[in-house]
Design a protein around this ligand. Sequence first.
Ligand code: ZN
Length: 336
Amino acid sequence: MTDYEMICQESRNLSAEEQARVLQYIQQIQNKNSGGKAEREKPEHCPRCGGSSVIRFGHKRGKQRFCCKDCGGVFMVSSGTIMENSHYDEEIWSEAVADTLDGFVSLDETAQRLGMSHDAAFHMRHKILMSMEAREKASPTQLGGISELDETYVLESLKGRKFPENASREPRNHGEKATQRGISNEQICIMTGVERNGGSAYAVTLNRAHPSAGEIKTAFQGHIETGCVAFTDGLKGYGHLEEIADCVIESVDRQEQKNAGTANLNNVNNFHSYIHERYSHYRGVAIQYINRYNSLFSTVYRAKESFSHVADAILHSISAHVFSCWDVHHTALVII
Ligand SMILES: [Zn+2]
């Protein structure tokens, strides 16, 4: 009897649950054996010109290189992706992506788990975040159908930066409350919108304190679909969105909210809670990176179960611009 026949016979005696476990084990072995396969596999198209005359072209740092006979470009499988020029392989990158999407894993935890320095983990996370932000810019989130728009506020965190000498207040420690009551310049505004059917979620930061009508228009320009009916709170600025998009803005008053009718902001409030939960876990996000995190929160919030699809897109999509460590530090948001 061959090993194969023996395994087949033995497996008939196993329960359904045990059989499933054996299958899972075999799949794991298969995955391990095909490790690095992506590097050996020849890409069908050149990431530069899209041409299909791709040939193998030696190795660089142990990785297979390819050459395009159409444009003469030399590249690797990771060329044009966030993994380009990285010393870390795809397995490590995919772990870093998983930690980022999780929303509750700190950089120190990622660094420790993957055996790298805090700096290395920082650069990986920010390249991941920047690629999400770039995708949002290239293909802006659309809010249609019945949507809810509202803003939420987070306290400025000066994490990772020296406290400016000319600051108008004393430095605040993590977890401390704002020194002024209500919405002041210490509060960073995150303007958000969600579709009621669970489709899109969008978040962006442009200003401190309450947004002006102009800031609301800038934030939502190009993000509101024709025919959208959007519920908002009483803030007047949202009404001006009817000037830039073919939409209807409905203001919700407190009484209506209490009556539990269709005029409510429950969905957008859920998104705010989701954002605040993650902020408090990260113990604040440095203001200059807030839009990177806004892109993360909106992508993950709407992705729900299809994390693997998001992770795959982050790792393998060819971007027009590959972010370097320099970009991570020098393309941050400035709000005065
Ligand atoms: Zn080419």
